[in-house]
Ligand binder design. Structure first.
Ligand SMILES: C[S@@+](CC[C@H](N)C(=O)[O-])C[C@H]1O[C@@H](n2cnc3c(N)ncnc32)[C@H](O)[C@@H]1O
Length: 346
């Protein structure tokens, strides 16, 4: 069976269905999740709608009391599929990921001979190493303030605090369940005398960062931007919150060309079912520049991502014949790559 033919058995990542009942028992309420209006669900390559003024959704206090509408207490606009995958399904618990991280991982070197079985510890290290690669792009981190956009369970924030000498790390995620999980997973660090007050998790969206202007030195995002509907908004917000000279580092998978962006939904279900958007890498870089960020750099790192990820999948009976192995096909046929984008503010 070729990778392109691998079946698409379920809408969710393989294994998600099995875990759903378990997750339901510990499920945290997702009240307040809103749909993105259908007009915002853009065709790949089309221009985004003009940004809504921030006050338009929340309204003034007077406007709200006149209409008796409470201010929105839940997360920012999120597509239904994103709400479902990071809420009820809890993607971090499916076997393709490990250790609470939710990324494809980075392997600077193949993990030994091709027939050596990759362990779950290997897989977790790859997910941590993706964070190390991104955080390593920041020249100086000691005592600095960092923001992660799309922090998931916040394990990368904890790594950033522990290993990079940062003064403060703020983990931001648009899904309230993820913020609750991040607080739970990092409860010790949040309470320990030397780290309390230096790590925090906040609900908020990439396109409307709940932070003051010029308040962040290092802004990073790991495998989250494929979900962002409003990339220009994210770029503008990043430029706003970064101090002059502050640095941005963003890593995830993007389409290599507009034609690839059109082809990807046929191969990979997350593009077809509304979880991911096939952003084109050059367009993402152009948005960062258009927002006023300088020295925008694009580094493809797929060579260190897809082969070892696929090897991990291939060695597991429950993953061997599943559609996520088509990511390697997409990489090898030139449709997508994994990238690190860097930029400087001011
Ligand atoms: C694939 S997970 C990555 C989590 C973490 N960075 C990691 O590597 O383990 C993507 C995360 O992005 C969050 N997310 C999706 N859309 C977002 C948005 N517009 N703003 C902020 N976070 C968002 C999701 O809730 C999810 O937790």
């Amino acid at each position: 069976m070729t990778a392109r033919q691998r079946p698409y058995r379920r809408r969710a990542f393989p294994g998600a269905g099995v875990l759903r009942a378990e997750n339901r028992a510990v499920r945290i309420r997702t009240a307040g999740c809103h749909r993105i209006p259908s007009a915002d669900r853009r065709a790949p390559g089309s221009r985004p709608p003009p940004p809504r003024p921030r006050t338009a959704r929340h309204g003034t206090h007077e406007e709200r009391s006149m209409t008796q509408q409470p201010p929105p207490a839940g997360p920012p606009d999120l597509p239904d599929r994103v709400v479902e995958v990071y809420g009820e399904h809890d993607l971090s618990t499916v076997p393709a990921f490990a250790g609470g991280f939710i990324n494809f991982g980075y392997w600077a070197e193949p993990a030994g001979p091709a027939d050596r079985p990759l362990t779950e510890a290997d897989r977790i290290r790859s997910e941590q190493d993706l964070y190390r690669l991104v955080l390593g792009t920041f020249a100086g981190t000691r005592g600095r303030t960092a923001l992660e956009v799309g922090c998931g369970r916040g394990l990368g924030c904890a790594l950033a605090l522990r290993e990079f000498g940062l003064g403060t790390v703020i983990g931001l995620d648009a899904h309230p369940d993820q913020i609750a999980r991040a607080r739970e997973a990092n409860a010790e660090l949040l309470a320990a005398p030397d780290t309390a007050g230096r790590l925090e998790f906040r609900l908020g969206a990439a396109q409307a960062l709940p932070l003051p202007d010029d308040s962040v030195d290092c802004l990073f995002s790991v495998e989250a931007a494929q979900h962002f509907r409003d990339l220009p908004g994210f770029a503008r917000e990043s430029a706003r919150v970064l101090r002059a000279g502050g640095r941005l580092a963003l890593t995830t998978f993007f389409a290599r060309t507009p034609a690839a962006a059109r082809a990807l939904p046929e191969l990979l279900p997350p593009y077809a079912d509304g979880l991911d958007v096939p952003h084109v890498v050059d367009e993402v870089a152009a948005e960062l520049s258009a927002a006023g960020l300088r020295q925008v750099g694009v580094r493809p790192i797929g060579e260190g991502v897809w082969e070892q990820y696929d090897r991990y999948m291939a060695q597991r009976p429950q993953l061997r014949d599943e559609w996520p192995r088509r990511y390697l096909t997409a990489y090898e046929t030139g449709l997508l790559d994994y990238y690190v984008l860097t930029a400087t503010a001011g």
